[in-house]
Design a protein. Sequence first.
Length: 367
Amino acid sequence: MKKVIMMLTGMMLVASQNVIAQNNMKLSERQQALVAIAANEARGNITQLKVALNDGLDHGLTVSEAKEALSQLYAYTGFPRSLNALGALQQVIEERSVAGKSTEAGREADPLPADYDALKQGTRVQTQLSGQPFDYQFAPQTDYYLKAHLFGDIFARNNLTYADREIVTVSAISALEGCEPQLVAHVGGARNMGVSDEQLHEIPLVLRQRVGEAEAIRCFAAVARVFSEPSAATVQTVDFSIWPKGEPNTAYAQYFIGNSYLAPLDAEHGGPVNVTFEPGCRNNWHIHHKQVQVLICVAGRGWYQEWGKPAIELRPGTVVAIPAEAKHWHGAARDSWMQHLTFHTHIEDGASNEWLEPVTDDVYNQL
Ligand code: MN
């Protein structure tokens, strides 16, 4: 008996040490990629999703885990987003195979025991995640779907840990507008499922760096609420600028990393367009054929870089006339918004824009 008690005490010590270790645990490269994967799945940004998937697969994420994360997300973002993201994963695997890059398949989930009771197990998982029993009596069918299907069928698959599942869920909901109550609940749920406090504080930082400012701000606010901290969402806004921000740049979003906005200024009479870049936002490498593009930085701080040349810092007052046929990119600094006016001159017949590959983190993060 004494021996049993000693063993139990020993196990409890080990358990409490694990908790302490976990609270100092940081997000791995693989988990940082999962953050960007989940948020871009939710945004439906396939270009950036593929960048994030490649990053994950380069840092120990397996195909089985990526597939599992994107499948789970259908419960949060709907089948259209989930299926498009799975299609992107399939493309990435094919592209990596052609490029001769190694991609780890990973292990499949173990089959469930014959007597597996999804409702019973799902109720247990949901109670652990919520910290208390949860019954949605107003809509019993939804209560059943949450317990038996989401936390029963899906969470029972053991090719992704509960902690990773919650990192994925928090990141995806951060990319959904108007889901703050669910986001707060899942930040709390993530703590109950083994995500460390430090990791939770890192998620919004990764979102800011790799996804977008709006996603980061939502996540900062939810984390601050769960930890009863003053909100860390102290961002440099464009409020200081006298120049308009305009509308989200949806037309060219596929050629940008991060969010940007366009404000045409009397453009129908030939005036310039004011472009606003969120911190970290930049456009892909591109070429303006048979025309010169002029950039006039009017607010914040950013970069202009021509292929093979050092980047030029853009500050209010910096003017760059980009030669025709020069491959280049422009965008904000990592920690600052940036606005530049732009217009084209020396426009010849057949002038056009050619969009090329994204500016990778390797290049951008050196600045
Ligand atoms: Mn340009």
